[in-house]
Design a protein around this ligand. Structure first.
Ligand code: NAD
Length: 474
């Protein structure tokens, strides 16, 4: 069985500790990964600190070229990376609506190329006979990236590429549930980057905590649960580290009475169920006008009953398993609570027998705000459909949820929908779509979904500090 190593200062390192990596489609161990200890955390940060003094001084052109080369390496190794992503996450190679490991690797390449081309402009505030005032964007130093298990490679790229582009060095810690594609990416990148610029250390929460507390880390970019975000923020306070926190979501979608139900149902279904509901910006609460409620519920139930669930390695599979047993247990618990509180199950509602962590795609009608399945992030293939009569009232009510990542309005009246979209308390509001991110538009949350943004020049700025240089000319 293949064993994967940590990479520090450009070298694979040996450790006495290791942990098993499970294929969620079978529940069986398919690889082993060596685990870092706190000494290796320190080694990786020291290597990054040392590499920073030269990497931060490389030219913009050199950094652009190296990031493009990394994107090319991802492309050259796409089949291997796809197989690793599918084996460790369970997501299908193609997947519902094209959302699978092919998309994960493809988007990683696209985001890397786009980030490579971003510029770090120098702003001229004043330039006259009295003074010259310029504002420079400078790298921060060592960035720690801590990633979750749902989109391990893509989120790694989202963190690492802008950090490197801005001239920082990076130590990444992937989720111990899905470390493998990240390790391969770092291996490939180390054939292009100088030693120490990008290291990977693996392990559980204690390794993440050691990295978050390390005095030589200047910034932490974290994607994961809200509770871990709070822990990291606390650890970061001792040394006033910069933070970008992309945390949990419980995105609401509002379907108005003027939609064509048959047209909109597959789009809503894909927005809610792609990656088996395990995307931060999946549509997780669906609010539907009473005049179309039963019809839309029925359409969604049909889609849930016919979508192909199975091992993501097999052709034609649209939804895989939950990524891990603990997440399956959360879904089972929320479903039991919904059953106990009058939820009407019109599709699914049960785990699927076998060794893997499968749960039948589930549509639950007749729940409201105040029920756990509506209020809490389910992160799985179960969606509550809530009936409403007054759109302003229901938006106000839904906005009371503590999360604020994304939201959407579905309507044939684009003007009205755009007005309503602005009433949603979230980082991104979509009209007639949901979760449609792009590398040049900022993405991030408000409220308990975190702060800071990723992507484009907005995201790049988060890896820099501004320095004003004022030259007084007499
Ligand atoms: P998690 O918070 O359990 O773990 C994420 C990472 O943090 C892992 O690498 C883990 O080992 C590490 N970690 C755990 N405790 C730590 C600590 N005390 N200090 C430092 N690191 C620590 O999250 P998860 O279960 O892997 O991911 C699912 C969650 O991520 C969901 O809530 C989802 O909504 C969220 N998510 C958010 C976004 C976004 O962009 N907002 C994207 C994807 C996932």
């Amino acid at each position: 069985m293949k064993e994967f190593n940590n990479i520090i200062n450009g070298e694979k390192v040996q450790s006495d500790l290791n942990f098993a990596v499970i294929n969620p489609a079978t529940g069986e161990v398919f690889a082993h990964c060596q685990s870092a200890d706190s000494g290796m955390v320190d080694q990786a940060v020291v290597a990054a600190r040392n590499a920073f003094s030269t990497w931060s001084k490389t030219s913009q052109q050199e950094r652009k070229a190296k990031i493009h080369a990394i994107a090319d390496a991802l492309e050259a190794n796409m089949p291997e990376l796809m197989a690793l992503v599918t084996a460790e996450t369970g997501k299908p190679m193609a997947g519902l609506n094209g959302v699978g490991s092919g998309m994960e690797v493809g988007a990683s390449m696209a985001w890397a190329h786009h980030t490579a081309e971003l510029d770090l402009p120098v702003d001229v505030i004043q330039e006259d006979e009295i003074a010259s005032v310029q504002v420079f964007r400078k790298p921060l130093g060592v960035v720690a990236s801590i990633t979750p298990w749902n989109w391990p490679l893509m989120i790694a790229i989202w963190h690492v590429m802008p950090a490197l582009r801005a001239g920082n060095t990076v130590v990444i810690k992937p989720s111990p549930l899905t470390p493998l594609a990240t390790i391969r990416f770092v291996e490939m990148a180390n054939e292009i980057l100088p030693p120490g610029v990008l290291s990977v250390i693996t392990g559980d929460a204690s390794i993440g905590a050691a990295l978050s507390e390390h005095p030589d880390v200047n910034k932490i970019v974290f994607t994961g649960s809200t509770q871990t975000g709070r822990n990291i923020m606390q650890a970061a306070s001792a040394h006033l580290k910069r933070l970008t926190l992309e945390l949990g979501g419980n995105d609401a979608g509002f379907v108005l009475n003027d939609v064509n139900v048959k047209d909109v149902a597959p789009k809503l279904f894909a927005a809610a169920f792609h990656n088996n509901g395990q995307t931060c910006a999946c549509l997780k609460r669906m609010y539907v006008h009473e005049s179309i409620y039963e019809e839309l519920c029925e359409e969604l139930a049909q889609l849930a009953k016919t979508v192909v669930v199975g091992d993501g390695m097999q052709d034609g599979v649209e939804l895989g398993p939950l990524q891990n047993k603990a997440q399956l247990a959360i879904v089972i618990d929320l479903v039991a609570d919904a059953k106990a509180h009058g939820g009407r199950f019109i599709a699914g509602g049960y785990p699927i027998d076998g060794g893997g962590f499968f749960f039948a795609p589930t549509i639950v009608a007749d729940l409201e705000d105040g029920h756990r399945l509506v209020d809490e992030e389910q992160f799985g293939p179960v969606v509550p459909i809530i009936k409403y009569s007054d759109i302003s009232q229901i938006i106000e009510r839904a906005n009371q949820n503590e999360n604020g990542l994304g939201g959407s309005i579905w309507s044939s009246d684009l003007v009205k929908a755009a007005e309503l979209a602005q009433q949603l308390e979230c980082g991104t509001a979509w009209v007639n779509d949901h979760g449609a991110i792009q590398p040049d538009a900022p993405f991030g949350g408000v409220k308990q979904s975190g702060f800071g943004v990723e992507f484009g020049s907005y995201g790049l700025e988060e890896y820099t500090s501004l320095q004003t240089v004022k030259i007084t000319k007499n």
